[in-house]
Design a protein around this ligand. Structure first.
Ligand code: ADP
Length: 494
């Protein structure tokens, strides 16, 4: 039972119900209006006709009573009798009608005492033609009843001519119309069933397809497409589902990549940490086991242990910075800073190493101007230090590092160019990846995290970083920062 009602709740039955309900409603409405109009119009015309004929007949009857012109009245009666459903009564107050015997086709007495008839007769005696429509008990049908006064000498009313026309044929016509409405309603039901079926199919088929597809999507299959090409709302919905499955597929692939990257990251971190730990352990064991005996050797071992520890410290520090930067909620505390001052500070930080290698750092462009940006002084310094460190690391003795600053109304551009080993074109896309590092001897202590951190810092400042390099000639890193927005300055000042 519940299943049956469940089926009734589906789209086909809903559409079918709506269409057939509407059709039947309109069929009934039209039928009723039509029957009413038809009945009223045909009643009125019959009534008028009956009044007219009765009037003439009454005049002739009056003349007959006065002047005895029977032929004429008989002729009239014959015409009147040709109306199938009409009947005549001639009623008088017995003494004054002046007619003897019977007139053919006329009932000379009132064959009923139904009140409506009596009141028509009574009203007619007042002098005017009276007509009414009511149910006649003796005819057992609705009838038009017209009472017409028959006038004798001196225009005196000598009787009343009652003309009756039953409307049985009208009832027949009405029930015919009713049958017609019934038949057309049944036909309309069949047609609406057919239309509802086709319409519901047009809706349910794509809906079914979409339902199957979403079920597949729930099970993790995002490769299917609905293949529905329609221009209506269903088509739009299908397109949205297709787009959703594309998006989910993309996300799934991204998730897999992320997972892969995460695993690689852990493997790299473990590897990077294991090497110095192994080294430290080996040195420490040698010291504990008393393998190293001389004081110089022992000091050298201690110094190596210390170096490895600071390497590890740096690595862990870099990892912490990276994990902070990768967090989408991480926000940099920005203030108005002079980028050239940051650069000068960074140059100062690497000055000792530069001097050691006999490398000159040469500024050019608008290095003397403040070139303001909104940013975090410490982070920006860290970012430039990474690039200077690399430039020094990969440059030969006595080379020059060129630092060029351009600042215009549009923003600040800083280029740090070295004359070092350069980077092969196939390596260029990878240098900003975490743990990507060269195997060169100069890079023995590199972790491959520096440029990844520098890139994050730059992006957190809404800046861009790009690299150009030629093997054997050198490498140039260019940073571009947008101009300081006044609204930024105001919000920071609050
Ligand atoms: P690290 O310097 O610790 O290896 P980075 O992320 O800073 O890590 O750099 C990644 C790699 O990019 C380096 O190992 C090196 O191969 C390349 N690279 C970066 N800067 C330079 C440069 N100035 N000259 C040549 N190669 C560079």
């Amino acid at each position: 039972m519940r299943k049956f009602f469940g089926r009734l709740n589906n789209i086909f039955f809903k559409v079918f119900g709506a269409i057939s309900g509407l059709t039947i409603f309109f069929a009934l409405l039209l039928g009723i209006v039509f029957i009413r109009l038809y009945t009223r119009a045909s009643q009125r015309s019959r009534q008028e006709q009956l009044c007219h004929v009765s009037e003439q007949l009454a005049t002739r009857l009056g003349d007959t009573f006065q002047f005895g012109e029977y032929e004429e009245v008989l002729e009239f009666l014959q015409i009147f009798n040709s109306f199938e459903s009409a009947e005549l009564w001639l009623v008088n107050d017995s003494s004054n009608i002046g007619v003897e015997g019977e007139l053919p086709g006329i009932n000379m007495e009132i064959p009923t005492n139904q009140e409506e008839f009596l009141s028509v007769i009574e009203a007619t005696y007042r002098g005017e033609q009276v007509s009414d429509v009511f149910y006649s008990e003796i005819h057992m049908a609705t009838a038009i009843v017209v009472g017409t006064p028959v006038r004798g000498e001196n225009n005196r009313i000598v009787g009343v001519l009652v003309s009756i026309e039953t409307l049985g044929d009208l009832d027949d016509a009405i029930s015919g119309i009713g049958r017609m409405i019934f038949v057309s309603s049944v036909l309309a039901l069949l047609v609406s069933g057919l239309i509802a079926f086709m319409f519901a199919r047009r809706i349910t088929e794509p809906v079914r397809q979409m339902r199957l597809m979403t079920r597949d999507m729930m099970e993790g299959n995002y490769k299917l497409k609905t293949d529905i090409k329609r221009r209506d709302e269903i088509g739009e919905m299908a397109r949205s589902i297709d787009m959703l499955s594309d998006k989910l597929l993309e996300n799934e692939e991204e998730r897999k990549n992320m997972e892969q990257m995460r695993l690689e990251f852990f493997a790299n971190v473990s590897h990077e940490l294991r090497t110095p730990i192994t080294v430290v352990r080996a040195y420490a064991e040698s010291l504990v086991d008393g393998v190293v005996t001389t004081k110089e050797e022992q000091e050298d071992y201690y110094a190596r242990i210390l170096r490895e520890c600071s390497n590890m410290e740096r690595l862990v520090g870099d990892l912490l910075t990276l994990s902070k930067m990768q967090n989408p909620n991480f926000r940099i505390d920005k203030e108005l800073v002079s980028l050239t001052q940051v650069l000068e500070d960074a140059v100062g930080g690497v000055a000792a190493i530069a001097a050691e290698k006999g490398i000159m750092i040469s500024p050019s462009g608008q290095f003397d101007e403040p070139c303001m940006v909104m940013g975090d002084y410490g982070r920006l310094r860290q970012m430039f230090m990474v690039v200077f460190d690399n430039a020094l690391k990969f440059s030969p003795q006595g080379a020059t590092i060129h630092v060029n600053v351009k600042c215009s109304g549009g923003g600040v551009e800083v280029t740090i160019r070295d004359e070092g080993v350069g980077i092969a074109p196939e390596e260029l896309p990878n240098i900003f990846e975490k743990f990507y590092k060269s195997r060169l001897l100069e890079n023995e202590k590199g972790s491959g995290l520096g440029l990844a951190i520098a890139k994050y810092i730059c992006e957190k400042h809404n800046g861009t970083i790009r690299v150009e390099s030629e093997v054997g000639k050198g490498t140039a890193f260019t940073f571009v920062f947008g101009k300081v927005d006044n609204t930024d300055v105001k919000t920071e000042a609050k």
